[in-house]
Design a protein around this ligand. Structure first.
Ligand code: HEC
Ligand code: HEC
Length: 285
């Protein structure tokens, strides 16, 4: 309890108290896994920095209204990065600023945090890349940096990314029935979304190049986060079944998808052929 109290104090905004508990708390070395302890909104500083943090946050929650030219789909950033990027196993943004730049296998390049953000704009939101130096990009990065406060550079955060499930074969027939029984009441019978939940397929949804279009990624997200009001109630097989149904539905294409994973190693659940994989097959013949 004492520990919890001092950690909470650590997140407080009064400068002397912060200094004291920050010194008392051991700083984990980079490479460690640290607990997820996002700051709360009351910790947002005043002044220009606070304005930027709040603006970045608003762009993630009201993405289409704020950036209609870049994010015209029926999704917003926090449709998948739940609780405004604070939920474990829903690809949280806590610590993300401390982890980039990283090598990104899908593009075969070193990726800055801005590169990664734009991948979700172009694929998950089926939209367009934000200009790199724009105030909007800056404010999103500022929000991520603030959420990542206290996470050492290079450290992993508990609950980072999505849960790792043992891959199973999904059954679309069972998945379709499960969708009707457990998902349609919010996402709509045609998967096109309703006023309470975003689209899962169709023209307003994420495109084929998005991570969520992959069976394993969708299953891992669904297993621990959906149904929204009963997270964790599906078992692994049910998550794979319903994910296989959703990923089999039509959705927007992604131009240039064949150039993904240019150095090979595309995961087996990617729903399209990459050039690197095709040339490897040709070489084998
Ligand atoms: C359709 C779901 C979806 C939407 C909408 C979405 N993302 Fe993502 N995002 C993902 C998935 C899936 C991953 C990869 C998670 C994994 O495999 O660890 C990801 C990863 C990321 C990462 C890297 C996280 C890490 O741990 O390395 C960032 C940053 C990110 N998204 C930002 C955004 C932003 C900004 C938006 C809005 C413009 C957005 N995302 C919208 C699904 C989504
Ligand atoms: C009680 C309503 C509700 C139910 C039931 C529900 N969801 Fe969701 N779902 C949501 C909401 C709300 C979001 C977006 C969260 C946000 O925007 O804050 C979401 C987001 C999602 C997303 C990521 C965003 C997208 O649209 O692609 C997927 C995938 C998803 N749900 C799948 C499912 C599946 C599969 C089921 C059934 C097993 C299900 N949901 C049941 C409310 C629901």
């Amino acid at each position: 309890m004492v520990l919890v109290a001092s950690l909470l104090a650590c997140r407080g905004s009064s400068p002397p108290a912060v200094e004291k508990s920050a010194q008392a708390a051991p700083t984990p070395p980079a490479g460690d896994v640290v607990p997820m302890r996002p700051p709360s909104d009351s910790d947002i500083p005043s002044g220009a920095l606070g304005v930027s943090i709040r603006r970045g946050h608003a762009l993630l929650t009201a993405t289409r209204d704020s950036l209609p030219a870049y994010a015209p789909s029926g999704l917003r950033c926090v449709s998948c990065h739940l609780d405004d990027g604070r939920r474990a196993h829903a690809s949280p943004f806590v610590g993300v600023y401390a982890r980039y730049p990283v090598y990104n296998a899908r593009s075969g390049k070193a990726y800055t945090i801005e590169d990664r953000i734009n991948d979700c704009f172009r694929r998950s939101l089926n939209g367009r890349a934000l200009p790199m130096g724009s105030p909007d990009m800056r404010d999103i990065v500022v929000y991520f940096a603030w959420l990542s406060r206290g996470v050492p550079v290079g450290a992993a955060v508990e609950g980072q990314g999505l849960a790792k499930l043992t891959p199973l074969v999904g059954d679309t027939t069972r998945g379709r029935a499960l969708f009707g029984a457990q998902c349609a009441r919010c996402h709509g019978a045609t998967g096109a979304g309703t006023t309470v939940a975003p689209p899962l397929w169709g023209k307003a949804s994420f495109n084929i190049g998005a991570g969520m279009s992959r069976l394993r990624t969708a299953a891992a997200f669904i297993r621990y986060n959906m149904p929204f009001d009963r997270p964790g109630s599906l078992d692994d097989q049910q998550a794979f079944d319903v994910a296989s149904y959703i990923t089999s539905r039509p959705r927007p294409d992604f131009a240039g998808k064949e150039n993904d994973w240019p150095n090979g190693g595309a995961p087996p659940d990617v729903a399209y052929r990459t050039r690197a994989a095709a040339s490897k097959d040709t070489a084998r013949r």
